[in-house]
Design a binder for this molecule. Structure first.
Ligand code: GLN
Length: 516
């Protein structure tokens, strides 16, 4: 089905995905393309509107990203954000130069409410600024619709031509009324009706999957994470027994994770999923491969490769399948350099990393266009339990990279138990919705302690909890001291071989969210 589409043209801004997410939160489908994309491709998408992102360059310098100004004559509304706004002005005859006063952070902006962009917005509203250059003079035919103390043109528009420019970032949550402004753009200016909804997504895609797969067989690697669980549930609904899910217990799962996955997808599950479900116990294989290995990248590699081996063996037992299902989601696609302007940040295991020796005809990736929040919403529509749907990210190599140094079954058991206590107490304190990722890890450090008048020489557990919007940067969460106290005493009392608990106060950067 063809949805109304808004296109984000990426000029290298750090918030490109955020813009698309905000548009979609307003029930309008949105895709990201690089500014270098051939304009005929963009035009062929028949977009209702186009949004130019911010970017690190200066429009007046040679070699800065630019675009064929013909785009402004298409009769399709364009919204330029920050670099995008400067570019629009620059190309249409305005003047952009180094600002005498750079603006960074929350800034008071005075807006003209007669603009369609600012309908129902407070006349003085807080917006997020991040710029060194500014629009000194708007292009001819443009009306200035907002300013700040330091910035004469914080917004401008040529309403007749549907061209809008904002110096601030409406997509960032620090812009108090940003969501409303983007809503105004897609509804008031672009005339969208809001046809992007998750219940119809499920319905349409289940139908489309049935048509595409016919009576073919589909193989799916289930990790228990949100994406693969939602993928499996969607396929289960579409094709039932034609689906085989393989779940590999590599021994590096969180406590009770295997049981939870089996109870949702395994035989006799309460969700009515009637599929072939295979749970492989590969714990011993993994532990023997990992014995004596301490180097983080090496550990990751072994865990990844072994997964492929196990999966291939299972695939062989099943014989020829027609489709391989993967839980690729939109950020994976964008970050792999396939959409937008961002260079390859990491190659995703989901994008082109699976076994090429598995014998299948085609890939099915029904979640490929969805953001994480949308995947979770689809999971809810499909009736998956909330604990699965709202599960925090868990790395592919599992607890293997939350144990510094050699991985052994004993160390895994320590991490599992400590982590379960940490998660339980965070939920009890009502912090689980506020913290984006939290886990316990095992430092490879042992130290002296005293317990029951006896000397101990045991491990130190590290607790981590971070908030983040995009997992690219993160801050350590300020966990109340009494919660940390409770968790610490529970861990040293309930988990054998732990006599010390540390809290990781480091943000990202300089640290990463995971330890290895
Ligand atoms: N580089 C431009 C400036 O400094 C645009 C910045 C941006 O898009 N955030 O003004």
């Amino acid at each position: 089905m063809q949805h109304e589409t808004v296109i984000v043209l990426d000029f290298g801004g750090q918030y490109n995905q955020l813009i698309a997410r905000r548009v979609r939160e307003n029930n309008v489908y949105c895709e990201i393309y690089s500014y270098k994309t051939d304009l005929s491709v963009i035009k062929a998408k028949n977009p209702k509107g186009i949004i130019f992102t911010g970017g690190p360059n200066s429009v007046y310098l040679e070699d800065s990203p630019t675009i064929d100004p013909e785009i402004f004559n298409w009769g399709i509304p364009v919204l330029g954000i920050c670099y995008g706004s400067q570019l629009m002005m620059h190309l249409l005859g305005g003047h952009v130069c180094r600002a005498p006063e750079r603006e960074y952070g929350k800034t008071e902006v005075f807006v003209d409410n007669s603009s369609k962009m600012f309908e129902d917005v407070q006349p003085s509203t807080i917006c997020w600024m991040s710029h060194n250059d500014y629009i000194e003079q708007a292009a001819p035919g443009f009306k200035i619709t907002a300013h700040t103390v330091n910035c004469p043109v914080a917004a401008a528009e040529n309403a007749e031509k549907g061209l809008y420019a904002v110096q601030f970032h409406p997509e960032v949550l620090h812009t108090a009324e940003g969501k409303k402004m983007l809503r105004n753009f897609v509804y008031n200016v672009c005339g969208c009706s809001g046809d992007w909804k998750m219940d119809s997504f499920v319905e349409n895609n289940v139908k489309a999957l049935r048509e595409r797969i016919g009576d073919g067989k589909v193989l799916c690697a289930l990790s228990g994470g949100v994406d693969s669980s939602v993928l499996a549930a969607m396929l289960a609904k579409a094709i039932g027994k034609q689906l085989t899910c393989v779940f590999v217990d590599h021994g590096l799962l969180r406590k009770n994770e295997k049981e939870e996955v089996c109870s949702v997808f395994g035989p006799g599950n309460a969700n009515g999923f009637d599929i072939n479900f295979i749970c492989v116990d590969a714990r011993d294989r993994y532990f023997s491969k990992l014995a004596g290995v301490t180097e983080p990248e090496r550990k990751r590699k072994i865990i990844g490769e072994e997964f492929i081996r196990v999966f291939e063996e299972q695939a062989k037992l099943i014989g020829k399948v027609d489709f391989l299902a993967q839980g690729t989601i939109y950020p994976d696609v964008v970050e792999s350099g396939l959409g937008g302007e961002s260079t390859v940040i990491k190659s995703h295991h989901n994008v082109g990393g699976l076994p090429d020796t598995v014998d299948f005809k085609e890939l099915v990736e029904p979640l490929r266009n969805l953001f994480k929040d949308e995947v979770r919403q689809v999971g809810r529509e499909l009736g998956l339990p909330e604990y699965l749907v709202s599960r925090q990210p868990f790395p592919g190599p599992g607890l293997g990279i939350r144990i510094i140094g050699e991985v052994t079954p004993e160390k895994v058991a320590i991490v599992q138990d400590a982590d379960a206590i940490w998660r339980e107490e965070i939920a009890k304190a009502g912090l689980d919705k506020e913290i984006n990722q939290y886990y316990a890890a095992l430092t490879n450090m042992r130290s002296v302690g005293v317990m029951g008048d006896e000397r101990t020489y045991d491990y130190a557990v590290a607790l981590r909890a971070v908030t983040t919007t995009d997992f690219m940067t993160a801050e350590s969460y300020n966990v109340p001291w009494d919660v940390l106290g409770t968790v610490t005493s529970r861990i040293v009392n309930e988990v054998k071989h732990v006599n010390r608990v540390f809290y990781d106060c480091t943000g990202k950067p300089p640290a990463t969210i995971e330890l290895e």
